[in-house]
Design a protein around this ligand. Structure first.
Ligand SMILES: [Zn+2]
Ligand SMILES: [Zn+2]
Length: 469
């Protein structure tokens, strides 16, 4: 995985040798100066005029169209269709094929995607993929060209309106430089965006149902505006809205609304964890038309080598996040006192103290039931009968086989550990059911195993001494 795809853990091969800093991002940020922050007084110099022009003219023309041109249903349907064609050029082509190499595409498919992608007017394949690889490699840092940490507006369009504040982090695109179709697109880029962006969507409605004006405004400009903001949502919305079911180290999130807005790129938490996977959505019912398109191309023999990350590893990520949430719940609950926090009390002392307050012995623990006698569902008299006595057998079925909930509640009333501990064979009963399966951190696990192999004085005593008569 790391040999093919850039990841933050592997330092870039073309990076300067790192001596002082063990982190490439920190090193680069220290070694290079950013452009000064944008100021109103300096706006003319700081604006990226080409992008700003495109991103204002397109919506302005769309509004002009809405105000002046009747929308015919044929043109409306075609505009939606063409939105998907050019959108897939970006999602299936620019993104999943070229930026991530998540499958292999035949030449006819590559030409189709290169042309369709040009119709989305989002820059050439090489420029787009270079920025996107930096985005994955340096996610949420200043070397990420659309760093989500700079806010929703910045990651959506701000980063294109202004000159880049920094050069995006190093990302290898040598494979793309060698691709003849990418070079062909680069050479004819202007012709391609004019023909695929405006020409084709104008001419088709004109030739087939005589709607030149509608084609120009709706299938051309309005459709382009939607494709633009659909792609931009992957950088903004997908790093802001939703859940992190696979990993929460960075901002990418999964959400069906983002998926609907982006032709299936909305399962972005999954995508950032497994960027070489040709899918964004792994469940059949989740909305990922880009995945379906690639799969259909595969069935038609136009695509091959569709990459899928091992399911076992995907599920590990999911389990980790589930355990994290369970641990939070576990930490919010009150638990019985730990063995080591409780005083060790002799059997004689237990009997003696029971004369002053209601104490009962169950499974090696002494419990104070002062506030519980009246609430005991079986009636107070059963409890009173066992004050000052070992009620282990009675509790576990001798009189009544108590529920797990009853055992959990009983454990909350612990006030001491009996000196000498439990009779052998009953150790399991000392652990309340709610504590037999727990979420433990690695450090806690190793501490436990060290304890159990070495054994504290306290534990040793309990194990070696015979049970009280
Ligand atoms: Zn992202
Ligand atoms: Zn990506």
């Amino acid at each position: 995985m790391s040999s093919v795809y850039p990841s933050k853990s592997t330092p870039p091969t073309d990076a300067p040798e790192i001596v002082e800093f063990d982190n490439y991002v920190a090193h680069t940020l220290k070694a290079t100066k950013p452009l000064p922050p944008m100021r109103w007084s300096n706006l003319v110099n700081e604006l990226n005029w080409l992008s700003t022009a495109i991103l204002t003219i397109v919506p302005a023309m769309s509004i002009l169209g809405f105000l002046t041109t009747k929308l015919r249903w044929e043109t409306a349907l075609f505009a939606v269709f063409y939105y998907y064609v050019t959108g897939l050029g970006i999602t299936a082509g620019y993104h999943r094929l070229w930026a991530h190499r998540s499958y292999n595409a035949s030449k006819p498919l590559q030409y189709f995607l290169a042309m369709a992608g040009a119709g989305a007017v989002e820059g050439s394949i090489k420029w787009w993929s270079r920025g996107h690889r930096a985005h994955h490699r340096y996610t949420d840092t200043e070397l990420d060209p659309y760093n989500a940490g700079e806010g929703l507006w910045w990651s959506h369009v701000g980063w294109m309106l202004l000159k880049p504040r920094r050069k995006p982090g190093v990302a290898d695109v040598s494979d793309l430089s060698k691709n003849e179709i990418i070079r062909w697109q680069h050479r004819h880029y202007l012709t391609l965006i004019l023909s695929m962006g405006i020409g084709v969507p104008t001419v088709i409605p004109w030739l087939f149902w005589g709607d030149l004006r509608g084609g120009f405004f709706y299938a051309g400009f309005a459709r382009l505006m939607f494709v633009h903001h659909s792609t931009f949502c992957v950088n903004s919305l997908a790093h802001w809205l939703g859940e992190a079911p696979f990993d929460d180290k960075h901002t990418p999130r999964d959400h069906v609304i983002t998926a609907l807005a982006t032709i299936g790129e909305g399962y972005h938490n999954f995508h950032h964890q497994f960027p070489m996977d040709y899918r964004n959505a792994i469940k059949w019912y989740q909305y990922d038309p880009t995945k379906w398109f690639i799969w259909v191309c595969y069935q038609l023999g136009l695509a091959s080598h569709l990459k899928v990350f091992p399911d076992n590893e995907v599920r590990k990520g999911q389990l980790t996040m589930q355990l994290k949430r369970l641990r939070e719940t576990q930490d919010q609950l009150a638990w019985p006192s730990d063995n080591n926090d409780l005083p060790v009390i002799s059997y004689e002392s237990f009997v003696e103290q029971s004369a002053k307050r209601p104490l009962i012995l169950v499974a090696g623990f002494i419990h104070d039931i002062t506030n519980f006698i009246e609430e005991h569902p079986g009636g107070p008299h059963y409890l009173v009968k066992y004050v000052g006595k070992d009620a282990t057998t009675a509790f576990f079925g001798g009189v009544y086989d108590h529920s797990n909930a009853a055992h959990n509640l009983l454990a909350m009333k612990r006030v001491g550990v009996l000196h000498g501990g439990l009779p052998t064979g009953l150790q399991e009963k000392a652990i309340p059911p709610s504590q037999r399966l727990k979420v433990a951190r690695y450090a806690e696990l190793s501490a436990t195993s060290a304890n159990s192999s070495g054994g504290s004085e306290h534990d040793g005593e309990k194990e070696s001494s015979p049970p009280p008569a």
